[in-house]
Ligand binder design. Sequence first.
Ligand code: ZN
Length: 529
Amino acid sequence: MKVAPDLGQRLVKWKAVQIPFNSAGLSARQVAMVSKLVEATQYLEDAYWRQSDPEGLALYLRLANSTDPQDKQVRHYLLINGSRYDLLDGNKPFVGDEPYRPGRGYYPASLTRDQIEAYVKEHPDQKDEIYSPFTVVRQDGDKLQSSPYHVAFKSFMQPAAAALREAADLSDDHDFANFLRLRADALLSDDYYQSDLAWVDLKNPKVDVIMAPYEVYLDDLLGVKASYGPSVLIRNEEESRKLAIYEKYVADIQDALPLAPEDRPSKKGQTTPMEVIDAVFRGGDMRHGYQSVADNLPNDPRIHAEKGTKKLFFKNFMDARVNYVILPIAKVLMTPKQASKASGEGYLAGTIMHEICHGLGPAYSRMNGKQVDLREALGPAFSGLEEAKADVVGMFALGWLVEHGALPKDRLQEYYTSYLAGNFRTLRFGIGEAHGQAEMMEFNYHLEHGGFKHDATGRYYVDFAKLSESIASLAKILLEFEAKGDRAGTEAWFKKYDVMPQDLVDSLKKTSEVPVDVDPTFSFPDKIE
Ligand SMILES: [Zn+2]
């Protein structure tokens, strides 16, 4: 077996962290319900491996009883990545010599995108099933056949649905029980619409789940197949209560944005479901790779139009990211005085406002008197611009809340230093995707305008007064790009600001000892089969 020779070094980049399940505040029935939800998660995890990397799964299982240290390392790294492909090495395999399969377990190994497109041209009646988010594609002679998830993964979906129904029977929350039963049906039909509606409508459930195939990141061939990504969530009462402050002012913040009134449609009377929760168990794409700290679901545009989305903030994972990654980076790169101001609270506030501000600003671009969809108007420049808008308008909004007495004045420095520290974390991953592009641009703009500075020793710090101005002017620029649908302007802007300064390249090298992310161990076993 060929194994990357530096596997040990790769493993230490993932900081092992315990993610405990604390049953305090839960009734005996709720605890029993949680274990049923964990069981459903374990079955979805099994299905996920078949989507992600069936051969990787076979290897993981084969090595289960090996006492060889290298085998143990391989197994551990398989678990971290959820496949033989190393996320930190551009998905190159760290074990074996089979190259990366962009179609993962979703499509026949040898099939290319061009071949699928050509096939669909000849068989237009099969297009919908082949491009469906919820089918796997198989080859049968010169025919392609697709099989719905609930058929292909029936042996996992049936027990998962049964576990959800048992959990429903244990729930004293009528709406949550109803949602669980609808979701059990959905796992067996691949039709998530009704259960997604019921999920978004839940009012502050004490226990919640993510229990569906939602994200398509795993599919590098067509980019359409969703992967299972379940999670069991316990409401963090204290932190959730604080969300009321943000919710109360969402409409006022929209009205205060530096934009023409016609470009900031009123948010009065709208509610945004938000929960701060602790994720006590994860499976599938929530379990492997980078550990997410916030989510905004479901992805079904019909639900967006009818209900909006639910915003979830995973407090325990956010704390782990802050403590093991962000604060250690801040210690290396920022002046000691400011590094000590950055905090989990500050990062949480910035993350909450980021997610809220995805929903603020223009709803459409205004072009020649017509409303044009933002994505359509801005093209490939949209993702980076939208992430930057959410960041910068989010920081603008925190400033506004402090100014209007909704948040304590002495918190602003914490928000700003946490913002800079969070920037460094993202920029370590480079500027290849939307978040990196956004934060590189923000960083350079604030540097140019004196909001971010570095001292004689090369350490960075925030000039608080200047950063407020720099945030306000940048927010206006980004919001106007969206309002005008100014694709050329946006592209030129990012081209100008998306170059990593040599100072920063050198500085980031000093953080090589800091972990890239956490590697969670839960109170419940992964139980992969
Ligand atoms: Zn975002």
